[in-house]
Design a protein around this ligand. Structure first.
Ligand SMILES: [Cu+2]
Length: 463
């Protein structure tokens, strides 16, 4: 069943429509265990094991050797593509295919990705490596892979029609080149690009420098920013949408399904952020000043590092940020407020400040389930949806997530950096909520609105 915004308005009431509503199980918020596996919480349900690629690179992840020169990248909610050394080249095998992807609890869609996931698996290698990548196309239309930001022979650049013939359905092409740089990069199709990217086809391509970095990185996270038009009550992203998206994702997941970024106190953390969405995203970290140390242009010299608390990651760019982890639970999110919400109706009447008492009774006579909301702000949405108010099928509530002090009222591009004193090296498991030292949490001192009689400007009192 397709539910459009008009249906939403009629079925759920004006304010309810402002945040396409569906109940979210409290227990699903931040309780998933990342475990120590690189595969994290990815959904393998649609991987077609009977059709495993026959190239030598179809190895189990454990067969991929670990390089002592660098800390492997941890792809948030994702995984790293295994490889095998064949005839002097690191050999990888990507499979473009349709998948069923879960954005978060209660929201799945038929998407396109690589090797069973969106984003596809991260390709990780070292500057100077010879790389051979097979690409098998299991889609019903042609595709190609562009290695975004890589310095390579023109015939390996992956623009269908320009650099190569398109990879037809069922065909396998091979790309082979030597890595001439290091840095944070991406890959994505360059054939029916608008559609294929709107459906989730993209991945990270991380190239480590040949020599160990002067400032060692203890935890190296990476993710791609993306946006999706998954209209309420539908099961396929709409590739025709240009601005009015309703799911904003880190590695194709929305809060609360995005893995936390876990670190031990004092560790140096790098987060590599790529953007293949259709907006620029100001990414903001609480409680730390980070330094922007690199991009798809490689690692910058120290003199070029800038100290920031928010860094805009423009479309088509990557940014590497680094910081020394400080204990606590710290929000990490896009600062576009609508990008930290899940599915919303846009362009609905503004009910803020509107006394709907009389209207509510009248509408209720025609729509028994109608509930007037939004007079004093929107926060009550989460109470209603957490309380079981039903919205359109397959649609996440606008604001979700429950912390130890109450509703977090977030969604979309939001996760939590969790820094603890007692984590083992390489332990990426969710450590639960931060135990605040006694006396360090902001607390109520009065419930009297006139408390303290602070100075206020005269003449600004509303109504
Ligand atoms: Cu944003």
């Amino acid at each position: 069943m397709i539910v459009d915004r008009r249906d939403l308005l009629l079925r759920g009431g004006i304010a309810a429509a402002a945040g396409a509503l569906i109940s979210v199980d409290r227990a699903t918020a931040q309780t998933h265990d990342m475990g120590a596996m690189d595969h994290g919480s990815m959904d393998h349900s649609r991987m077609d094991h009977s059709a495993k690629p026959t190239s030598p690179a179809s190895a189990k992840p454990s067969e991929a050797s670990r390089d002592p020169r660098f800390t492997p990248v941890r792809t948030l909610n994702g995984w790293t593509l295994p490889w095998k050394m064949i005839n002097g080249a690191k050999e990888f095998h990507l499979v473009a295919e349709e998948i069923v992807h879960e954005f978060g609890p209660g929201s799945k869609a038929t998407c396109w990705g690589y090797n069973g996931s969106t984003p596809g698996p991260t390709i990780e290698a070292v500057e100077g490596d010879r790389i051979r990548i097979y690409v098998t196309n299991r889609l019903k239309e042609h595709t190609s892979v562009h290695w975004h930001g890589l310095i390579l022979p023109s015939g390996m650049d992956g623009v269908a029609g320009l650099n190569q013939p398109a990879i037809g359905p069922g065909e396998t092409f091979v790309y082979e080149f030597t890595l001439r740089q290091h840095g944070s990069h991406m890959y994505h199709p360059h054939a029916d690009e608008m559609t294929q990217m709107a459906f989730g086809m993209m991945g990270l391509f991380i190239i480590h420098p040949q020599r160990a970095e002067p400032v060692p990185i203890d935890r190296d996270y990476a993710f791609i920013l993306h946006n999706w038009a998954l209209h309420p009550g539908t099961w396929r992203p709409d590739p025709s949408i240009m601005v009015d998206f309703n799911l904003w994702t880190f590695n194709s997941k929305v809060f609360p399904a995005i893995d936390p970024i876990v670190a031990r106190t004092g560790e140096r953390v790098r987060i590599r952020i790529g953007n293949l969405s259709m907006w620029n995203h100001p990414i903001h970290l609480h409680g730390h000043e980070f330094v922007v140390t690199g991009s798809d242009g490689g690692r910058r010299s120290r003199a070029q590092w800038t100290s920031e608390v928010t860094e805009v990651v423009n479309v088509g760019q990557m940014r590497d940020i680094e910081f020394t982890a400080t204990p606590g639970d710290w929000s990490f999110h896009c600062h576009m407020a609508h990008h930290t919400m899940n599915a919303m109706g846009h362009g609905v009447p503004n009910t803020n400040g509107v006394d709907q008492t009389g209207v509510e009774a009248k509408v209720k006579s025609m729509l028994p389930g109608f509930m007037a909301m939004g007079r004093n702000g929107m926060a009550e949405h989460q109470d209603h949806t957490d309380g079981g108010m039903v919205g359109p099928p397959n649609t996440m509530a606008m604001m979700v997530g429950n912390g130890q002090f109450g509703n977090i009222e977030m969604g979309g591009m939001f996760t939590i950096v969790k820094v603890r004193d007692d984590l083992a090296r390489g332990d990426f498991r969710d450590p639960g909520w931060y135990r605040f030292p006694a006396g360090t949490v902001s607390r109520r001192v009065s419930s009297d609105p006139n408390f303290g009689a602070p100075f206020r400007r005269s003449g600004s009192k509303a109504g």
